[in-house]
Design a protein around this ligand. Sequence first.
Ligand SMILES: CC(C)(COP(=O)(O)OP(=O)(O)OC[C@H]1O[C@@H](n2cnc3c(N)ncnc32)[C@H](O)[C@@H]1OP(=O)(O)O)[C@@H](O)C(=O)NCCC(=O)NCCS
Length: 187
Amino acid sequence: MFDLHPLTDESLREAQALAAKLFPWENEHQDALAAAVAGPDAAGFLAARGLKSVRVWCVMEEGRVVGLASLYDYRVAPDEVWLAWFGLAPEVRGQGLGSKFLDRIIAVARREEKSVLRLWTTIEDEYATALQLYARRGFRPEIQPALPGEHWQTVVLSLALKGGLSRPWRGGMNGMHLCGRVVPAAA
Ligand SMILES: CC(C)(COP(=O)(O)OP(=O)(O)OC[C@H]1O[C@@H](n2cnc3c(N)ncnc32)[C@H](O)[C@@H]1OP(=O)(O)O)[C@@H](O)C(=O)NCCC(=O)NCCS
């Protein structure tokens, strides 16, 4: 068992550096991580995205940040929560840590009595391990239409936390930025 460490001011820079390495095509993680430790100063970031909160946890190994996960709570869907910026440093992958980390995040969402845990990712080789992990945990995929200029497929994955099947997402937040990206139009 390992500890989940809420992001702190002290670990922010290192966590931002790991996020930048893990997700070089995105940039919202830099602001999201800062917002998670900013207290009242996060109000602008949250309001612009319709968020109630953004929270970040780290996995630490020998004092280093080796893993990250965030939960976004959107005001329009109070019984749902979105997982974002989830990943491990390359040197700690492939030993079961990612599976345990995801289980801990699912447990957080269950404890908070959320009905659905969602995330988005893309169907590309670099996310093959993650997609397998989500499928094993019972996340159901909804493939989204590509945005203009995109050559990859975005998929929203949803896990029902109270049994049964998850409510489909179906592009229910059109026009909003969703965990760092423009939401595709509803299928
Ligand atoms: C996704 C990620 C967190 C998984 O963490 P991990 O510690 O490597 O995963 P685990 O060791 O717990 O293995 C998870 C599953 O993937 C499989 N797996 C692990 N490494 C693999 C590899 N290199 N190739 C193929 N399958 C692999 C495991 O066998 C396991 O499958 P199982 O559940 O069927 O047994 C990690 O690979 C990562 O950080 N990737 C880069 C960032 C990323 O993709 N984030 C997700 C964005 S949506």
